[in-house]
Design a protein around this ligand. Structure first.
Ligand SMILES: [Zn+2]
Length: 408
């Protein structure tokens, strides 16, 4: 889940204009055939999909109608039908805990975590199309049966108020924990928080790392500060993941992404960096453009005395954004991130963590929702990746790390 205001300000109209231009792309018959074949025959794992929190915001209820909502929907970036088209086999469902639930002791949110886990569990229980996955072998077995796996990762370790909470959430099916989110918590410092409460990991955080290793839960270093990242790598001897991070090389001022030294270190650790698709994670030029447009829209809306979210304000947003290009990154830039990560860390250490349903309308052209993953395999093949390389990026690398963490 990426904190953005811009999604409130940018309309979908530009997306529609661009959609037409995309029709002719990705149409080389040989590449298309190989890309589509990979999509349907290799295991695709996405490290981070924010469906549970989106459904919560949409007032998800345990009724027949709502339980079927993830199957086919007009809303959001994910539903079963589109995910099947995209060849998605195991999206990690993000159990996202906003930092404002942490409270003064800097932990909290356990009740929300449990309720989001209840939601994912109910969706899997009520729909034969889905099944929970708590082990890499279940992902492979369910893939063989044509069932989509829903593994779960907890985004923010704030609910781990006591060491024994790790066992509780392990028992409930959590298989990775993102150590923190947008604020420092009881475990470590966040990349978004300039307070730097602990200078990296807290003493309690070191204890929690060992609990996570002991309970075979993967450690996710997306969102943490650089100091936290390097301290984690020194403390543990299991491979760790970045479930949804991109490369700072392309976004120099954005500490939320990983710099080259970190990507190399993650490769040496045996882990995997899973590239985030949000435009603001991908391209500084897009970030600057969106910031400038946001200022323009805010000025006009304020000058006219409109309120955001009203039809009058929406019309302003529409007129400003529809006449502007460059507010979305492109799928080619996602491939640039993957290529550079491969150069730095090696082909065995790169994956994808789209952040679908978590980055608003900032998704790149060519990767607008879960039906579009095959376009990315197409672009990678076009750049000379072999089908075996693409399979590693699609899911085999993450499955290897998960298996190693399982073995302990
Ligand atoms: Zn996130």
């Amino acid at each position: 889940m990426r904190l953005i205001l811009l999604s409130l300000l940018l309309s979908v109209s530009t997306t529609l204009v661009l959609a037409q231009a995309e029709k002719d792309r990705f149409s080389n018959p040989a590449l298309r055939k190989t890309a589509d074949s990979l999509a349907q025959n290799a295991i695709l794992i996405d490290g981070h999909v924010d469906l549970p929190y989106r459904l919560k915001v949409q007032n998800f209820r345990y009724t027949k109608e709502f339980l079927g909502l993830p199957l086919e929907s007009e809303d959001g970036d994910f539903d079963y039908k589109r995910a099947r088209e995209g060849g998605l086999d195991a999206p990690f469902m993000s159990i996202y805990i906003p930092a404002d639930l942490q409270g003064p002791q800097k932990y909290g949110g356990a009740a929300l975590a449990d309720s989001l886990i209840d939601m994912v569990t109910a969706i899997a229980a009520e729909n034969d199309e889905f099944a929970i996955a708590t082990h890499p072998d279940s992902v492979r077995a369910q893939f063989a049966r044509g069932v989509m796996s829903l593994p779960m990762g907890m985004e923010n370790g704030a609910p781990l108020a006591y060491p024994e909470d790790v066992e509780h959430f392990a028992d409930r099916g959590i298989r990775y924990v993102t150590l923190t989110h947008s604020k420092d918590n009881q475990i470590c410092d966040s990349s978004y928080d300039t307070t730097r409460t602990w200078g990296g990991l807290s003493p309690y955080g070191s204890l929690i790392l060992q609990e996570l290793v002991d309970h075979k839960i993967m450690i996710d270093i997306s969102h943490v500060s650089d100091s936290t990242f390097f301290q984690v790598l020194r403390r543990v001897d299991v491979p760790v993941i970045a479930s949804h991070s991109s490369l700072r090389y392309f976004t120099p001022d954005f500490e939320r992404n990983m710099n080259d030294e970190m990507v190399k270190a993650l490769g040496e650790n045996g882990g995997v960096v899973m590239i985030n698709f949000g435009s603001t994670f991908l391209d500084s030029a897009v970030v600057n453009k969106r910031n400038a447009l946001r200022s323009t829209v805010t000025e006009i809306v304020e000058a006219r005395g409109y309120t955001l979210g009203t039809p009058e304000a929406d019309a302003v947003i529409d007129s400003v954004t529809s006449s502007n290009t460059g507010i979305f990154a492109d799928i080619e830039i996602v491939a640039d991130h993957i290529e550079r990560a491969v150069e730095l860390a090696g082909i065995d250490h790169v994956g994808i963590g789209s952040d679908y349903d978590g980055v608003g309308d900032s998704l790149p052209t060519g990767l607008k929702d879960v039906s579009d993953y095959p376009n990315l395999w197409y672009v990678l093949l076009e750049r000379g990746f072999t089908p075996e390389d693409v399979k590693k990026v699609m899911g085999e690398n993450l499955l290897r790390v998960w298996s190693e963490v399982e073995k302990g």
